[in-house]
Design a protein around this ligand. Sequence first.
Ligand code: ADP
Ligand code: MG
Length: 576
Amino acid sequence: MLGLVRPHRRVLALGALLSLITGATGLALPLVARALIENLSAERAITGALVAMTALVLANAVIGAVGGYVLQRTAESVVLDARRSLVSHLLRLRIGAVDRSEPGDLLARVTSDTTLLRSVTTDSLIGFGTGGLTLVATVVLMAVVDAPLLGVTLGVIALAALVIGVIVPRIHRASKRAQESVGAMGATLERVLGAMRTIKASGAEDREERVVHEAAEASWRESVRAAKWSALAGNTAGLAIQAAFITVLAVGGARVASGAIDVATLVAFLLYVFYLMAPIQQLVAAVTRYQVGAAAIDRMGETRRLPVEPAAPAGAAGPEGDDPGPAALRFEGVRFRYADDLSDVHHGIDLDIPARGMTAFVGPSGAGKTTLFSLIERFHEPSAGRILLDGTDLREWELHRLRGAIGYVEQDAPVLSGTLRDNLLLGRPDAGEEEIREVLRTARLDALVARLPEGLETRVGHRGTRLSGGERQRVAIARALLRRPRLLLLDEATSQLDAVNEAALRETVASAARATTVLVVAHRLSTVTAADRIVVLDAGRVRAVGTHAELVAGDDLYAELAATQFLDGTDESAGS
Ligand code: ADP
Ligand code: MG
């Protein structure tokens, strides 16, 4: 919390000062009132006191308004800062952490949790500051007016403080659970809204509705619980003040009767008892609101602890010159597993892939082909061994430069909502119109774009739902080609294309392979046989490397795949 408000400490201090002045002008009123009562006979004194009171009340209102504005503004800035820092963190998360998180929950943390910081800043920090100071000032003034009555007052308030101390942790717990439920609701909603077709086709609307409703109700329940405890705490404070008033009236009445104090002093003291109301309620509100905010801060902390991608080591490698040419790739004893408690996906991969040319990876589903590509992108780090690009360990590359050299079409490559143009320019926002047209031609998208009334400005829907599967794949390929990659990774990138488009894109890929290094995972015999070399991957091991003819003769798994699993001709798509 302190970290969040530190950048705003000056404005916050100004706001606190203004609140203090507001409090002080308010506090002066009973003293003026006492002067007025004591001088009821002197007409000039009465006029003076009335003028003074009016001035105090006005000053109180104006300074209070300015102070309130300043504080509210600071609170909004704290929310903004929190959102910025969370988003910066989230966009740099390691893929492993992303895979373990629920996008909907992360969304709730950025949008919903952060709003709770607003009231923490205004009500609680300021409440602690001004409420605390006003309380101390009031107590000092009360001590000056009559010490024994102060003792009576503090005794009553201490009792109330004990009760409130029991309530506070309950507010924290309930608030945390309420926010967690909001996160769970976001996660479920995201899951449902992201797969509406499947939900409808499965007839699962009612069930999913219940799950979202339950999360919403859980949040409601916990928020109501927190509200109940907060209300109880607030009213305990109110009750304490009333009780103090009655006690002071009784004890003070006796003191007036015995001549220890005069009536004016008792009236002034009673006014101060009521003046305790505001700072005490401010303090109680501060404590209760802080519990709500602290729950949000807890969750922010959890998010901030998710691991981010590594920063570049000193002297990180990058491309030499403007046109470093196609990249060479080398795997040395690469082992990998997704988590310590999972078994190895790769058991020591050794491979040499020269610059230029096409290398095809084939193998049964689950062999580790996709995972191998994500190691090249450094979404994950090998648990042993190393991967070298142009002779340099990937870990020594600056991450952006490394990925800048690669065009990656992932399996089931997503098209993002937005326009076709947004999707193409994602990897290279500065591409020129001529280049875009060229890439549209090579990716066989020119006919589609010409047919669309809005052309490149057509909106493609969430995850490209307004495009066909084959069109989405071609958009993803065009996006990768537009980056002019030194290394092109195509993971089943043409699995959904019809035979005509597939043949055309094979040409495109083959011509790309003359200038860059191309790695493809494919299930079509035609794509595989077009490759310069074929790597047969099985259960995380390289079984064989060779040409189609060599492998058909020399590797029984490959011969079997070629005979049974490779799809070709008019077949629509392939599995895994
Ligand atoms: P392929 O692309 O060859 O079909 P993958 O590389 O996708 O195979 O998967 C290899 C193995 O790793 C499979 O057993 C799969 O279940 C597992 N796997 C893939 N992704 C993850 C992940 N994010 N977390 C844990 N295991 C995974
Ligand atoms: Mg795969």
